[in-house]
Structure formats: C-alpha cells, structure tokens
Design a protein around this ligand. Sequence first.
Ligand code: HEC
Ligand code: HEC
Length: 275
Amino acid sequence: MKANYFLAVLLTVGGLCQAGDAPSSLPLPVPAAASLPAGPLGESIVRGRAYLAQTKERLPDFVGNGLACKNCHLGNGIEVGTEPHAGPFVGVVAGFPQYRSRDGAVNTLEQRINSCFERSLNGKPLPLDHPAMIDMVAYMTWLSQGVPVGTQPGGHGMPQLKLPRSPDLAQGKAVYQARCLACHGIDGSGLANPAGGYVFPPLWGPQSFNIAAGMARHFTAAGFIKHNMPLGQGNSLSDDEVFDVAAYVIHQDRPDFPGKIKDWPQGDKPQDARY
Ligand code: HEC
Ligand code: HEC
C-alpha cells in the first residue's frame, strides 16, 4: 500500500520531467522563501546566501580567483545551489559527515566547504568558526529541511560523464569555439562585471579553478557541462561533444595546488585525476 503510494508520487512527479529524463532529475524540494525564519537565524541564512553568490567581493582574503560558489553550484536566480546535477545544496546537510577517498578521512560539511575554497576558488580555508562559515552552513541547512539525514535527493552532487575512448582535443577546441567562446571568451578568461564578479566566469587561466578542483577532473567537468552548458541549453550537446570540450577546457593552463601530493593517500586515485 505504502510502496504503491510512493510509486504513484514518483510517476506523477516524473511525468513533469522532460521525456528522456532519468528519475534522478526530479525537481528538488526547494523551500519557499516565506519559510525563512524571522530574527537572527533568518538573517544568518540570508547572509549565507550572499556569501555563496558574491564570494570574492565578500571574502577577498579567502578567494584566490574570480569565481563565486554560485558559478558551479547553480541556482534559480534567487536561491544558490538549487539546480539538480549542479552540486545542489538542497539536502547537502543530510549527506555529512562523509568519508572522502581524496582525503582518506571523514569530512564535516565545513571541511567540504573549505575544500572548494582551496581548490575551486584557489584560495584559503576559512576558520571553522568564521561567521561566514556559520552563515553558509545555516543557509544550506535551511535549504535541506525535509531531507532525511543519510539520504540525498535525485540530482544531488555533480554528475559524471565517461566514454570508453580518449578525448579528441582538436574536436574539443572546435566545440568550444562554436558553443562556449561567445560567453567564456577566446582565451577562457570570461567576462568581468565592472561592478564586481563576472558576467561569464573564467574557465581557465589565473582567475579560474586550480588543477586539484573537482571541476578539473575530466568526467566531472563533462557531466556538469552536459547537464548545464551552454547556460540555459543544458543537454543540447552530444556526449561525444561534451567529452571532448571538457577535456579541452581542463587541459588549458590553470593554477597549481601544491597540497595535491597529499591527495588519495590510500592509493585509490580516480582515472580522470589531472595529476
Ligand atoms: C569551479 C566550480 C566550483 C566552485 C566555484 C565551487 N565548487 Fe563546490 N563543488 C564543485 C564540484 C565539482 C564538487 C563535487 C566534487 C566531487 O566530485 O566530489 C563540489 C562539491 C561541493 C560540496 C559537496 C556537495 C555534495 O553534494 O556532497 C559543497 C558543500 C561545496 N562544493 C561547497 C562549495 C562552496 C561553499 C563554494 C564556494 C566557497 C564552492 N563549493 C565553490 C565545484 C565548485
Ligand atoms: C550564454 C552564455 C554561456 C555559454 C554559451 C556557455 N556558458 Fe558556461 N557559464 C555561463 C555562466 C553565466 C556561468 C555561471 C552561472 C552562474 O553563475 O549562475 C557558466 C559556468 C560555467 C562553468 C563553471 C564555472 C567556471 O567558470 O568554471 C563551466 C565549467 C562552464 N560554464 C563551461 C562551459 C562550456 C564548456 C561551454 C560550452 C559548451 C559553456 N560553458 C557555454 C555562461 C555560458
């Protein structure tokens, strides 16, 4: 009885998705803005969202490139981290603490956030009790309400796309020029916003993510691009085009990360690591 009920809900919600969508792209349970608590907690949540959207402007001492969290953890124009298949923060709190093979250790959510500060933002870790850290976790916790601890909604994390062949970098360059260059620029440096941040974020060069970032991994970059790029036209490129353009992008010059020598201490380095 209960199982049938859940199946019916799944089928109904699934019916709203585009044809061909896997069940993992069910809409995420984003809370209504009206459910923001009043008082100091609500203020902390709102500040947390602002740190995720304007990371460099608000935390210049901890960000070493031109990126903001929201450039990869895509949102809906108001909330940050609400898009499935783009590292959503909806439900993320229910998935931590978590064992991560890259560190060979169990990580808290705060440590996981710092890993994106050090690698995706090529910057420095925040002190774990820094007010901005508390605000960002407050925001993610608000977004995660209703997701039971130990479970994750469909579309969580960054997707991966892997093909059983070597990438073709020349083909990747051609795809870049046809489908990405108009926004991200001929040299991948994006388009800066004179008022701060970027209109189109940099994909390589000194202002982009470093070699040890999750987005520098070939299958992760391909999965993200497949679902989300060109912006607003996700899933419009073929798997082959995406596989090649992702390789082309990640193999351009980008900042190094000296701490990478400590990664995967158990020797279980994934096939698509850049080092
Ligand atoms: C260049 C893209 C990029 C930027 C910018 C970025 N991240 Fe990430 N983030 C990723 C990727 C890719 C992953 C998944 C990596 C993996 O495969 O484990 C991730 C994972 C995470 C996770 C874990 C998600 C989960 O479902 O387990 C959290 C939390 C997170 N990032 C927070 C942040 C915060 C906070 C910022 C800004 C300070 C940030 N990220 C900036 C790319 C980015
Ligand atoms: C219409 C403009 C546009 C096009 C075309 C486009 N992007 Fe993007 N891309 C964006 C914007 C804007 C963001 C940041 C989204 C945000 O902050 O909400 C982004 C984010 C990204 C990111 C994560 C952030 C970063 O800087 O690393 C990657 C990777 C990316 N795009 C790759 C691509 C690739 C590869 C293509 C071509 C297949 C492409 N994009 C085409 C506008 C575009």
